[in-house]
Write a protein that binds this ligand. Structure first.
Ligand SMILES: NC(=O)C1=CN([C@@H]2O[C@H](COP(=O)(O)OP(=O)(O)OC[C@H]3O[C@@H](n4cnc5c(N)ncnc54)[C@H](O)[C@@H]3O)[C@@H](O)[C@H]2O)C=CC1
Ligand SMILES: NCC(=O)COP(=O)(O)O
Length: 332
């Protein structure tokens, strides 16, 4: 809550300026049913997006996210990239774009930690641009965990049909195999449990996917299921959670889709994200579990191939706003 009893607005970061982030962010915040939002990013980038997708609106630079909008046509913006005097070109990786994306996220995290915003909704960033800017995190999730005080987090992707929580995130497949250890499985299972409870599922049915084909086929195709994943499942059950598996990764999402499970814990990025994205990018939302504040994001990336054309679908960004507003209201 802020001074006059309004709920704190959501901080909406513009993402990589060379991608579709700024345009979908503006389209989402001007939608009639959008919650109260404040944009975070470089003014020149927001202005280019405004001209493209919201020509009837006006940007209002605010020094504080709690400053009210001057009218329904005003879009509040916290300037976080004054060093950018002209917007970077669309569709190209650049250090400047990575720096601008990072500056907006950093400022939004500070505002969330200070309770000035009710949560953060992030438009997509390009991970190569972030790296070119020397930012030592592969994505938002790792960055958020660090600046929120080194808390344990997990990535959840959700649509109306399935939810998945990842054991490992932005690492090579080779590294993921080693990193999907007992502790990482326990963290993902516990956060999946808490995350589903936050959605109102009192006793979530958690399925844990195996790592190997057919969940190892009794050890014929790998022993991770026997030596790592099954013991983690047993430990989680001993903590009172309704956890089963390891289930074969190629069929567990089909069972979840039929309603047998509330969430699937996936061992690596593509195992979990392909099924969600395959059902349609416009239906999915990315939620960071474990943070002291709400953070959501669309389930897609920067889409450099269509950036600046005004054709990007804002549906997932709009869902991310709605989820964030609901989750923030539940935390108040
Ligand atoms: N939350 C985030 O910040 C995310 C960032 N990324 C990053 O985005 C960059 C590009 O990733 P890609 O693998 O190319 O995936 P992408 O999601 O950017 O694009 C994949 C395909 O989907 C289309 N697409 C994506 N969003 C769309 C939308 N809203 N409307 C219409 N079409 C859309 C694109 O045009 C492209 O053909 C990478 O650096 C990746 O790491 C990817 C996912 C999430
Ligand atoms: N594939 C999901 C993704 O890349 C989003 O990651 P993050 O930036 O939300 O950590």
């Amino acid at each position: 809550m802020i001074a006059d009893n309004r709920p704190a607005p959501l901080a909406v970061t513009l993402g990589d300026p060379a991608g579709i982030g700024p345009e979908i962010a503006l389209r989402a915040v001007i939608a009639p049913d959008a919650p109260d939002c404040v944009l975070y990013g470089p003014h020149v980038v927001a202005e280019r997006a405004r001209a493209l997708v919201a020509p009837d609106h006006v940007l209002q630079i605010v020094s504080h996210p709690e400053e009210p909008a001057l009218s329904g046509r005003h879009l509040r913006l916290v300037e976080t990239g004054a060093a950018m005097v002209t917007p970077v070109p669309y569709g190209a990786v650049s250090q400047d774009a990575g720096q601008a994306a990072f500056g907006a996220i950093r400022a939004a995290i500070d505002a969330a930690m200070a309770g000035q915003v009710g949560g953060i909704v992030t438009a997509p960033i390009h991970k190569e641009a972030l790296s070119a800017a020397g930012v030592p995190f592969p994505g938002h999730t790792e960055m958020l965990a660090h600046y929120a005080g080194g808390v344990e987090v997990a990535m959840m992707l959700a649509n109306d049909v399935i939810r998945t929580v990842l054991v490992t995130i932005h690492v090579s497949l080779r590294d993921a195999i080693g990193m999907a250890n007992h502790d990482a499985n326990m963290r993902a299972i516990r956060l999946a449990h808490q995350g589903c409870q936050a959605f109102g599922i009192a006793a979530p049915r958690i399925a844990v996917a195996g790592l190997n084909p057919h969940a190892g086929e009794g050890g014929l195709f790998g022993r991770e299921e026997i030596e790592i994943i099954a013991p983690a499942i047993a430990a989680a059950r001993a903590e009172g959670m309704d956890v089963s598996g390891p289930w074969p990764g190629d069929t567990v999402f089909m069972q979840a889709r039929k309603g047998q499970f509330d969430v699937v814990v996936a061992q690596y990025h593509d195992q979990g994200l392909i099924p969600v994205k395959y059902l349609g990018l416009e239906q999915g939302v990315n939620i960071t579990l474990g943070l002291p504040f709400v953070r959501t994001s669309p389930d897609h990336g920067t889409a450099f191939d269509i950036a600046g054309q005004g054709v990007a679908d804002p549906a997932s960004m709009m869902l991310a706003l709605r989820h964030a507003a609901t989750m923030a209201a539940e935390r108040r």
